[in-house]
Ligand binder design. Structure first.
Ligand code: 13P
Ligand code: SF4
Length: 300
């Protein structure tokens, strides 16, 4: 039997749900029950009734699903698929900061470990970061770990003092304004959409800035016939399905998160067959991390 057919069969047999981020391989997106960005996937993980959640994304995403579903089995097809940005913040450093600066509220991007979430006041994703910061009474905010998303929020939200952690996504950071200008010159009729994880000089050249799902929604409605995509290439798989009439150009040719690409169909099949690799989060850490994630999910 073909690998994809076997995945579908096992999924039914085991009452499993497959959640996939836009950055994983197209074949996995096609076999998944739901494809979304971090916020949508966190909401789906909270709503599911399945016995097993197979999370096709990087580790922090599967960990978030586990934190929200302590009594369900959560699997990630490859446990070494991590997020390079998430590794740029550790809980001890945040705790030290909080002790020295008790007047700050800590807003943590979901691209972080459960340990870091556990010592934060509230989480956010790239889709709701502005709303989350605005929802807080505190005037002083520490934004962890993405300095680019944090600086974007700081530009938009007035009346808050936002201190930035020094993390970033190497995949989005790699896109330079020079490269964008070159691609724009080659495609003068194209619109340029960008993820807020890109640096400010790149965002300043954009026609639209948004999380992955916000980019998808923008493209659905656009009149443009050419779009330069300033985020991970996997997103183009969904964009092409939605708008076969539009030409999509990656903002740079290797706009690829290698970590996301560690999730392959073969590993997904093994995950379902062997029920591996199970994600575990220490119950005490999970309790505190859940508070920060659920507080985020309450902000609409
Ligand atoms: P989204 O919030 O758009 O899902 O972004 C997640 C991510 O890892 C981007 O690099
Ligand atoms: Fe992490 Fe960047 Fe990969 Fe997103 S694209 S998962 S932020 S390394």
């Amino acid at each position: 039997m073909d690998v994809l057919d076997r995945i579908k069969e096992l999924k039914e047999e085991k009452n499993a749900v497959i959640l996939a981020h836009y950055y994983v391989d197209g074949a996995i997106q096609d076999v998944a029950d739901f494809v979304g960005d971090s916020l949508e996937l966190a909401r789906k993980a909270k709503e599911t009734e399945a016995d097993i959640i197979v999370f096709c994304g990087v580790y922090f995403m599967a960990e978030t699903a586990k934190v929200l579903n302590p009594n369900r089995k959560v699997l990630i097809p490859y446990y070494k698929a991590g997020c390079l940005m998430a590794d740029m913040a550790i809980a001890e450093e945040i705790k030290e900061f909080r002790e020295k600066n008790p007047e700050y509220a800590v807003v943590t991007y979901v691209n972080s470990s459960a340990d870091v979430k556990a010592v934060s006041d509230i989480c956010c994703t790239s889709a709701n970061a502005m709303k989350i910061v605005e929802s807080l009474d505190a005037e002083k905010i520490l934004f962890v770990p993405d300095k680019n998303l944090g600086s974007y929020v700081a530009e938009k939200v007035k009346g808050k003092e936002i201190k930035l952690w020094s993390g970033y996504c190497p995949v989005h950071q790699k896109l330079t304004p020079e490269e964008v200008k070159r691609v724009k010159e080659e495609n003068p009729d194209a619109v340029f959409v960008v993820h807020p994880e890109c640096r400010k000089e790149v965002r300043d050249l954009a026609d639209f800035i948004g999380s992955t799902s916000q980019i998808v929604r923008f493209v659905k409605e656009t009149d443009a016939k050419k779009v330069i995509v300033g985020t991970e290439k996997g997103t183009i798989h969904q964009l092409k399905k939605l708008r076969p009439d539009v030409e999509f150009i990656p903002a740079y040719s290797e706009f690829v998160c290698d970590q996301m690409k560690m999730i392959t169909v073969e590993r997904l099949l093994k995950a379902l067959e062997r029920e591996q690799f199970e994600v575990h989060v220490d119950p005490e850490v999970a309790k505190s991390a859940r508070r920060a994630i659920e507080r985020m999910l309450e902000v609409r």
